[in-house]
Write a protein that binds this ligand. Structure first.
Ligand code: UDP
Length: 253
């Protein structure tokens, strides 16, 4: 019997990037299992749409290498980045247990080998897990310092041939200007990669963004804090902002 639930998602395989901030209470740091449990309920509903779901965890709720090495002179920058990558594993472990506790089958794979804790990231094995209906949590970023988990998300999306990158944020999408500063800023329902660049808008870190643009992997930026938004994105509703390849039309609504 197949473990895969009936499919209602318009996407076959999605790569969801969860920043570290989704693992803690707003404005705090560290891990809040209350926040992780709430997040996991949303992810369970996403899983029930039948999408093949891979999740890249961030670590900023615990430590960001760049900030930590700038603040603490007695640490070398690469070490601080390795600490940041380990932070993403801590989040991955928390997410794995929270999901499994509510009946979602998962695998945790890390870009830095740590066999006693998780499987190593092996592309073909990751894809196999996805095909079997397991949510795959990808932690430790790329395994190399000086980049962010946004870049890991873009690279993994390409490796596993995800048809969409979902960037979970606290804002409703991409705006013409910062909506906190200008209440008249408008949200784009969709926008081309090249227009994001020409308007100097912030979507993901530059390396991640360019990777997605070059390989025509669309990105949806959406507010994960609004309950139900993730399922609605997966159902094909026009939630947030969709960043589309330059040769595709960007719709006005
Ligand atoms: N990191 C790294 N290589 C990677 C991914 C992450 O060195 O491939 C480090 C980097 O220091 C980063 C930290 O891990 O600041 C945590 O990741 P990130 O800042 O992307 O987390 P988020 O902002 O998504 O919470």
């Amino acid at each position: 019997m197949s473990e895969t639930p009936e499919k209602t998602s318009v996407f076959n395989r999605a790569l969801l990037k969860l920043s570290g901030e989704s693992f803690c209470r707003s404005g705090e740091s560290g891990i809040s299992m209350t926040a992780v449990a709430a997040l996991s309920q949303q992810l369970k509903r996403a899983y029930e749409t039948g999408v093949q779901l891979a999740i890249v965890t961030g670590g900023g709720n615990i430590l960001r290498g760049k900030e930590f090495s700038a603040f603490s002179k007695s640490i070398n920058a690469p070490t601080a980045h390795y600490m940041g990558m380990l932070a993403t594993v801590i989040n991955g472990l928390a997410l794995q247990d929270a999901l499994e506790n509510i009946g979602v089958p998962t695998r945790l794979q890390t870009a830095i080998r740590m066999e006693g804790v998780a499987e190593p990231f092996i592309r073909r094995r990751c894809v196999r897990h996805l095909e079997k209906g397991r949510v795959v949590i990808l932690a430790a970023g790329t395994g190399s310092p000086f980049v962010t988990t946004d870049t890991a998300a873009a690279l993994r999306a390409r490796e596993i041939e995800a048809d969409i990158v979902l960037k979970a944020t606290k804002v409703d999408g991409i705006y013409s200007e910062d909506p906190m500063k200008n209440p008249h800023a408008v949200r784009y329902p969709s926008i081309k990669f090249q227009d994001v660049l020409s308007q100097n808008l912030q979507v993901m870190d530059a390396q991640a963004f360019h990777h997605c643009m070059e390989h025509k992997i669309p990105i949806i930026v959406f507010n994960y804090q609004k309950d139900g938004n993730l399922d609605r994105v997966l159902a094909g509703e026009k939630i947030g902002t969709r960043v589309v390849p330059n040769d595709e039309p960007a719709s006005a609504s």
